[in-house]
Design a protein around this ligand. Structure first.
Ligand code: C2E
Ligand code: MG
Ligand code: MG
Ligand code: MG
Length: 283
C-alpha cells in the first residue's frame, strides 16, 4: 500500500512538474514573439505630491496582452524574461515607450511629470544600459531629469564594482535613481553613502500595517528620517487607505503611490484624468 501511495505521489509530482515545465517553455516561446507582435503595453500609476495633493509623476508598469491568456502582469513572465535574456530587449522597449509617452504628455498638458521605470537586476548589470537610456532620452526628447530608474537593493548590490560607476554615469546624465522596495533586501546601509541615489521607495509591506502595527510604523518613520538626513526623497508604495495617507504625511513622506489614489491605468485613462485637470477621484 505504501508503495502504491509512493508511486501515486510520484506521478502526481511528475505531472505537476511537466505542467510547470511546459508552461515555462510556452511562456518563453510566446515571449519571443511578443515584441514582434507588439503585445506589450505600459500601464501608468500616478504618484502624488503630498504638499500639493497633485500628480507629480507616474510609475510605468509592464503588461502583456497575451493572444490567448489575456492581460498579464509582470509577475507572470518577468522571471522567464530574465532567465532567457529577453528582458534586455523588453527593457529597452519599456524605456523607449515610457520616455516617448511621458514627453508627449508633458507637451500636450504643459507639465513636467516624471516617469519611473523599473529595471531588473539583469538589465542593471550591463554597460549597455547607459546606451539604452541615452538613446531613449534622445529619441523621445524627454529631459533626463524627468526619468527616474527604480532598482532594488538586491540588484544594486549584486556587483558593487559595476554598480558605482554605472550609477555615477546615470547620475551624470541627469537621470534620477530610486531604490525600489526599500527595506526588504540586503540590510546593509553603508551603500547608501556611496551610491548616488535620489529616492527611497518605502515598500508596500511596511505600508500595509502601518496603522495597526507599531513596528511597521517605526520602520517607515525611520526610513523617512534616514532619507531626510541623507538628503533623499521618500515615496511610499501600496497606499490604500486614508489612515495610511495621514500617517505617512505626518511622518514627512513626500510622495505617495497606491490604490487609494489610483490603480495603474492604461494610457487612455491617464489622458482622461489629465484632461480633467489632474483630479484624482479618491475611493
Ligand atoms: P514594483 O515596482 O514594486 O511595483 C509596484 C507593484 O504594486 C505594481 O504591481 C503595482 O500595480 C502594485 N501596486 C501599486 N499600488 C498598489 C496598492 O495600493 N495595492 C496593491 N495591492 N498593489 C499595488 P505590478 O504592476 O504587478 O508589478 C509588479 C512588479 O513587476 C513591480 O513591482 C516590478 O518589480 C516589476 N515590474 C513592473 N514593470 C516592470 C518593467 O517594466 N520592467 C521590470 N524589469 N520589472 C517590472
Ligand atoms: Mg517599482
Ligand atoms: Mg516597489
Ligand atoms: Mg513592491
Amino acid at each position: 500500500h505504501a508503495k502504491e501511495l509512493g508511486r501515486n505521489n510520484y506521478q502526481f509530482f511528475s505531472a505537476e512538474m511537466n505542467d510547470y515545465l511546459f508552461e515555462r517553455l510556452q511562456t518563453e516561446q510566446d515571449l519571443r514573439q511578443a515584441l514582434k507582435r507588439n503585445e506589450f503595453l505600459l500601464f501608468y500609476q500616478p504618484q502624488i505630491d503630498v504638499k500639493t495633493q497633485r500628480i507629480i509623476g507616474f510609475e510605468a508598469l509592464l503588461r502583456w496582452l497575451h493572444p490567448v491568456k489575456g492581460l498579464l502582469g509582470p509577475l507572470t513572465f518577468i522571471d522567464v524574461a530574465e532567465k532567457t535574456s529577453l528582458i534586455i530587449a523588453i527593457g529597452e522597449w519599456v524605456l523607449n515607450q515610457a520616455c516617448l509617452q511621458t514627453y508627449q504628455w508633458q507637451q500636450q498638458f504643459n507639465n513636467n511629470w516624471r516617469v519611473s521605470v523599473n529595471l531588473s537586476a539583469m538589465q542593471f548589470n550591463q554597460q549597455l544600459l547607459l546606451e539604452q537610456v541615452g538613446r531613449s532620452l534622445q529619441a523621445s526628447g524627454l529631459p533626463a531629469a524627468s526619468l527616474e530608474l527604480e532598482i532594488t537593493e538586491t540588484a544594486m548590490l549584486k556587483d558593487i564594482m559595476e554598480t558605482i560607476p554605472l550609477l555615477t554615469a546615470l547620475k551624470e546624465m541627469g537621470v534620477g535613481l530610486a531604490i525600489d522596495d526599500f527595506g526588504t533586501g540586503y540590510s546593509s546601509l553603508s551603500y547608501l553613502k556611496n551610491f548616488p541615489i535620489n529616492t527611497l521607495k518605502i515598500d508596500k509591506s511596511f505600508v500595509d500595517e502601518i496603522v495597526d502595527n507599531p513596528k511597521d510604523a517605526a520602520i517607515a518613520r525611520t526610513i523617512v528620517q534616514l532619507a531626510e538626513n541623507l538628503g533623499l526623497r521618500t515615496i511610499a508604495e501600496g497606499v490604500e487607505t486614508l489612515e495610511q495617507v495621514e500617517m505617512l504625511t505626518t511622518m514627512g513622506c513626500q510622495e505617495l503611490q497606491g490604490y487609494y489614489f489610483s490603480k495603474p491605468l492604461p494610457v487612455g485613462e491617464v489622458e482622461r484624468l489629465l484632461a480633467n485637470g489632474n483630479e484624482l477621484k479618491k475611493s
